[in-house]
Ligand binder design. Structure first.
Ligand SMILES: Nc1ncnc2c1ncn2[C@@H]1O[C@H](COP(=O)(O)OP(=O)(O)OP(=O)(O)O)[C@@H](O)[C@H]1O
Ligand SMILES: [Zn+2]
Length: 743
C-alpha cells in the first residue's frame, strides 16, 4: 500500500464489528472501529463501547482508512470522541468464527427478527465474552491439560493478514492411549437398511427423517453415522431435547468412542466448563458435541453430521430472546454447509412429517426412513382405554376422587408388583392439588399476582404459584371466612403418590418431577434407582415419559390426559399423541417382557379418533387426520405464523399497543400487494392473562407464504420501537415469535 505524504500517522484499517448493543440503542448492524492491520472476518475482539470494553466479532472489512478523523461517528456512546475508536484487543489465540457459523447467525437473526449482534454474542459462552488475551491463554492451557494435548505450536502469521493468526488447522491426535474398541451389537435388518439409505443420503446431504418406533434402536443408527463422520475426519453434532436425557447418552457415547473427544453443551454446565467445551469445539479438538438447543450455534470448523434426536420435542424452541427453533436451524445449517442431518423420532412433528411425505401429500423435501419394529421384535404395548364415564356411573364420584385407578388397572398394577416388574404412572401436574377450596364460602387459592390458582404443595405445606413463584404457608383455616375445613381439589403427582401408596401397600413408590429433581445430580440418582429396580411404581410428569431406556417397565398408565383434546391451542392433540406414545414406549423395552406390556389410559372420551390411532400405534393415520384438519383450517404447515406479544401495566395498554401495530400492518399491506393475503388477527389475552402483575396480550399473524411474512415483519417491526417509545412506561415489553409453538 502506497502511503501518501498527507496521510496522518494514525491511519489504520476500518473494521465493522458486531457487538451486543444495549437494548433500545436503536442500532441493529455493526459499529465501525479502527485496527492497526486488516482483521479476518469472524475474529473475536475486545472493543470499547461507551465506557466499557466489550466482546465483539469482526464482521466486515472497511478497507484502509485515509483519515480516521474524517469517518462518521457510529458509536453513539462515544459522541464526545468524534473518531473511530480503536479495537482494544484482538483475541488472535483463537481462529476466527468460520463462514458457516457466520452465515447461520445472519440467517437466524433475519429469520427470527433479531439484531445479529444480539444473537451472535448471546450464543457465545458468557465467560468467553469477558476474556482478554491473558485470561484466554490460561483457559487454553487448562484445556490442553484436560484433553491431554501438547500445547499448540506458536501461532503462524497468516498470508495477507499481518497480525491475524490462526490456531493449527489440523486437529491434534488425542493424548490418552487408545482403548480397546467397544463391542458393537449386530444390527437389526431395519437398522442395516436405514444405515445403507443414510449413507446414500449423506452423499447428497439430504435431510432425513428417521421415523423409528420407540425402542427400535435409533440411537445405534445415530452412533454408526457419527462413527462414519469421525472416520472422515469430521465433527458430529448431536442435539437432544433436555439435559436430563443427556447423562445416559453421554456415557454411552464416551464408551463407544474411546480416544475421541466428546463435549457437552447445555445450560446445566457451569460457566467455566461451558467455555472449555465451546473452545474445544471451536478449535476443532472436540470430535463430538452433544448438546441441547443452544448447541446448534456451536462453532464447528469440521462439521460433518447433525443429528436431532426426538426432533418433535417442544424444548427445541427457545422461548425468550431470539425465539429460534434449533431443529429448524439444524436443517438450515446442514443444508448450508452441505452436511447430512438426521431428524429422529417415533412421533415426528407434523411439520417434519409433512416435509417427509412425497408430494402431493407433502413437500418431499426430506427423505423418510422407517424402522417400525422394536429391537428383538418385541411388541409395542397393548393400549387399554378406561371409560371414566362408565367408571363414575359404577362407583360414584367420590370413589374416583379418593382412589383414581379403575379396578382393572389396579389389578394390573398388582400383577406387575407380584412379578417384580415396574410400572410408570404419568400425571402431567406437579404438587399435591392444583387448587385449595373452601366449601363454606367458595374461596379458592388464587394468586394475588397472576390470573392463576396457587398449587397446594403438601410436602413443605405451601401454596405456590407456578407462574410467578409466589409462595406462602398453607393457611390453617379459610382466609376469607375462617372455616377450618378447606379442601384440595384435583390431583397432582404428590397426591397421586399418596393414593398409590394406599392402593398398593408395600410397594416401593418413587416420584420424579420438577420438585423432586431440583438438586444437582438428584435426577440422575432417582433415575438410577429406577434402572436398578429399587422402585416398583414410578410417578412422574412428562420428564419421565420420553427418551429413557427403562428395561423393567411393563405398564404405563396415564390418568388425566383429556384436557388437551379440547384446548384452544391447535397443537395440543399433536403434543398429547406424542406424549402418550412416547410414554407407552417406556414399557416393554426388554423384548422378553414386551408381550405383557400395556399402556393404560383413563379417559372421558374413549371414542376420540386420537385414541383409535394410538391403540393401533398408527402415527401415520393420526398425522394424516391432523394434517387434513390443519389444511382445512389453513394452519401450519399449510400456513406460516408469527405471534406478537406485548406485556404492559394494564390489559388496555397491551391491547392498544397491538391494535396500533395491527393498523400499521394494514397500512403496509395496502402498499405491497404481495402482503395482501397475510391475516392479522385481533389481539387477545393469552390463557394466563396476568403474570407477576404484568398484563399480557398477543396477536397472531398468519401468512400463506413464508417469504411474504418475513418481509412484512422486517418492514413492520421498526414501527414497534417507535410505538413502544410513545407508549412510555405503559408498555413494558414486546416481542415477536416467528413459528410460535404454543398459542
Ligand atoms: N442392533 C441391536 N442389537 C441389540 N440391541 C440393540 C440394538 N440396537 C439397539 N439396541 C438396544 O435397544 C434398546 C433401544 O434402543 P434405543 O434406546 O436406541 O431406542 P430408540 O429408538 O431411541 O427408542 P426411543 O424413541 O424410545 O428413545 C437400547 O437398549 C439399545 O441398546
Ligand atoms: Zn403468581
Amino acid at each position: 500500500m502506497a502511503l501518501d505524504d498527507r496521510t496522518p500517522p494514525q491511519t489504520g484499517h476500518g473494521v465493522a464489528v458486531l457487538v451486543e448493543l444495549p437494548k433500545h440503542a436503536g442500532l441493529s448492524g455493526t459499529l465501525s472501529y479502527r485496527a492497526a492491520t486488516p482483521l479476518p472476518v469472524g475474529q473475536l475482539l475486545r472493543v470499547p463501547l461507551g465506557r466499557r470494553v466489550v466482546c465483539g466479532i469482526a464482521w466486515g472489512d472497511e478497507g484502509p482508512l485515509a483519515d480516521a478523523r474524517a469517518t462518521p461517528v457510529l458509536d453513539e456512546g462515544a459522541a464526545d470522541a468524534p473518531v473511530r475508536r480503536d479495537v482494544a484487543e484482538v483475541l488472535d489465540a483463537l481462529p476466527p468464527l468460520g463462514p458457516g457459523w457466520r452465515a447461520l447467525i445472519r440467517f437466524a437473526a433475519a429469520y427470527y427478527q433479531r439484531a445479529p449482534g444480539e444473537l451472535a454474542l448471546s450464543v457465545l459462552p458468557a465467560d468467553l465474552r469477558e476474556l482478554d488475551t491473558a485470561a484466554l491463554q490460561r483457559r487454553l492451557r487448562r484445556l490442553d491439560k484436560r484433553l491431554g494435548r501438547t500445547p499448540p505450536p506458536a501461532p503462524k502469521r497468516r498470508r495477507g493478514a499481518a497480525a491475524a493468526t490462526t490456531a493449527p488447522e489440523t486437529p491434534v491426535e488425542p493424548g490418552p492411549e487408545p482403548l480397546p474398541p467397544p463391542v458393537l451389537p449386530d444390527l437389526s435388518e431395519e437398522q442395516r437398511l436405514a444405515l445403507d439409505a443414510l449413507a446414500d443420503a449423506a452423499e447428497r446431504a439430504d435431510p432425513v427423517l428417521l421415523h423409528g418406533a420407540t425402542g427400535s434402536g435409533k440411537t445405534e443408527v445415530y452412533l454408526r453415522r457419527v462413527a462414519a463422520a469421525l472416520d472422515a475426519g469430521r465433527q458430529a453434532l448431536l442435539l437432544v431435547p433436555e439435559i436430563n436425557l443427556t447423562p445416559q447418552l453421554e456415557a454411552r457415547i464416551r464408551a463407544r468412542f474411546p480416544g475421541r473427544v466428546t463435549v457437552a453443551l447445555h445450560s446445566g454446565l457451569g460457566p467455566a466448563e461451558r467455555l472449555q467445551n465451546w473452545l474445544a469445539a471451536h478449535l476443532g479438538w472436540a470430535d463430538i458435541v452433544l448438546g441441547t438447543r443452544m448447541a446448534v450455534f456451536a462453532s464447528l470448523p469440521r462439521l460433518g453430521l447433525i443429528v436431532v434426536d426426538e426432533e418433535h420435542d417442544p424444548s427445541y424452541k427457545q422461548q425468550e430472546g431470539a425465539r429460534y427453533s434449533a431443529r429448524d436451524l439444524a436443517v438450515w445449517r446442514a443444508r448450508q454447509e452441505g452436511v447430512a442431518v438426521i431428524l429422529g423420532s417415533a412421533t415426528p412433528s407434523l411439520e417434519t412429517w409433512h416435509n417427509a411425505l412425497p408430494s402431493p401429500e407433502g413437500t418431499g423435501r426430506y427423505h423418510r426412513l422407517g424402522m417400525p419394529t422394536r429391537i428383538g421384535a418385541g411388541a409395542l404395548p397393548q393400549v387399554r382405554l378406561v371409560d371414566l364415564t362408565r367408571l363414575q356411573e359404577q362407583f360414584g364420584r367420590q370413589m374416583l376422587r379418593d382412589q383414581p385407578f379403575a379396578p382393572p388397572l389396579l389389578a394390573a398394577l398388582r400383577d406387575r408388583l407380584e412379578r417384580g416388574e415396574q410400572s410408570l404412572v404419568l400425571l402431567n401436574r406437579r404438587g399435591y392439588a392444583p387448587v385449595l377450596h373452601c366449601p363454606g364460602c367458595g374461596w379458592k387459592s388464587d394468586c394475588p399476582h397472576c390470573s392463576a390458582w396457587r398449587v397446594f404443595h403438601k410436602l413443605d405445606r405451601t401454596l405456590r404459584c407456578h407462574h410467578c413463584g409466589f409462595a406462602e404457608r398453607v393457611p390453617r383455616a379459610c382466609p376469607s371466612c375462617g372455616d377450618p375445613d378447606i379442601q384440595p381439589i384435583g390431583r397432582g403427582t404428590e397426591r397421586l403418590e399418596e393414593q398409590l401408596a394406599t392402593a398398593l401397600p408395600g410397594a416401593r413408590i418413587g416420584r420424579i418431577d420438577a420438585d423432586t429433581t431440583r438438586g444437582k445430580g438428584s435426577l440422575e440418582a432417582q433415575l438410577a434407582q429406577v434402572h436398578d429396580g429399587d422402585i416398583d411404581v414410578l410417578v412422574g410428569t412428562q420428564m419421565v415419559a420420553k427418551g429413557h431406556d427403562f428395561r423393567r417397565i411393563t405398564l404405563v398408565a396415564a390418568l388425566q390426559a383429556d384436557a388437551a383434546l379440547f384446548s384452544s391451542d391447535f397443537r395440543a392433540p399433536e403434543r398429547l399423541f406424542a406424549l402418550l406414545m412416547q410414554a407407552g414406549g417406556r414399557a416393554g423395552r426388554d423384548a422378553a417382557q414386551a408381550a405383557r406390556s400395556e399402556l393404560w389410559i383413563q379417559t372421558w372420551h374413549p371414542q376420540h379418533p386420537l385414541y383409535a390411532a394410538l391403540t393401533a400405534h398408527d402415527y401415520p393415520a393420526f398425522a394424516a387426520g391432523q394434517l387434513l384438519e390443519r389444511q382445512q383450517a389453513g394452519l401450519p404447515p399449510f400456513s406460516h405464523l408469527a405471534l406478537l406479544r406485548c406485556e404492559a401495566r394494564t390489559q388496555e395498554s397491551a391491547m392498544a399497543f397491538l391494535a396500533q401495530a395491527a393498523r400499521r400492518a394494514a397500512e403496509l399491506q395496502t402498499q405491497q400487494p404481495a402482503w395482501a393475503d397475510i391475516l392479522v388477527y385481533p389481539p387477545v389475552p393469552p390463557s394466563v392473562q396476568r403474570v407477576a402483575n404484568v398484563e399480557r396480550a398477543q396477536m397472531l399473524v398468519e401468512s400463506p407464504s413464508r417469504p411474504a411474512l418475513q418481509r412484512l415483519l422486517a418492514a413492520w417491526l421498526p414501527s414497534f420501537q417507535d410505538d413502544a417509545r410513545q407508549a412510555g412506561a405503559r408498555v413494558l415489553r414486546w416481542a415477536v415469535d416467528v413459528d410460535p409453538l404454543a398459542i
